[in-house]
Design a protein around this ligand. Sequence first.
Ligand SMILES: [Zn+2]
Length: 183
Amino acid sequence: MAYVCELGTGQRIYLDNQGTQTVVTVSSGGQGQQQQSSSSFTTGQWTSSPEVFQTPQGAIIKITTNQGEHNIQIQGNSIGVTSRASEGGGQRMQVQQTSSTSASSGFSMPPMEPMKPMEPMEPMKPMKMGDMEMSMNPMQMRMGNMQMNMGSTSQPIRRFCSQCGATIEPSDRFCSHCGHRLS
Ligand SMILES: [Zn+2]
């Protein structure tokens, strides 16, 4: 179970006991300009709820575990273990249980919109780029004087003039379009 403590300074302290680790997260600032720093200390398992005391410099967290008492000092965004007794000074702050272990989830985030389903692809239109043409069904591709037919075996194999690209019959000796002599 994690705990959260709001300091009057706008800082928020998150405490979590993960195994024998105490994870301390300090977040400050509002949404958008939020600063957050996190440290973890080997303290042992908590035997009681953590206590937080606000001090002029920041806060001192008192952790009681099966390994004894630990004091963690927070100054600004720096988190460190201190031997200073927490009872000496400072105001005891209210520590609340929270299901949140992350400071950022303390702020309400707009729920993610579900992804729109992909729109079905439009059937491919004949495409033309420069001297390249492509069309589907049957797949044909034409680049300059070169033409490729794919997926269609019913069409007779056509030839093209190497000079101008016009369609020629296999029996033609000369291109009917430009007169180029065909090999
Ligand atoms: Zn020709």
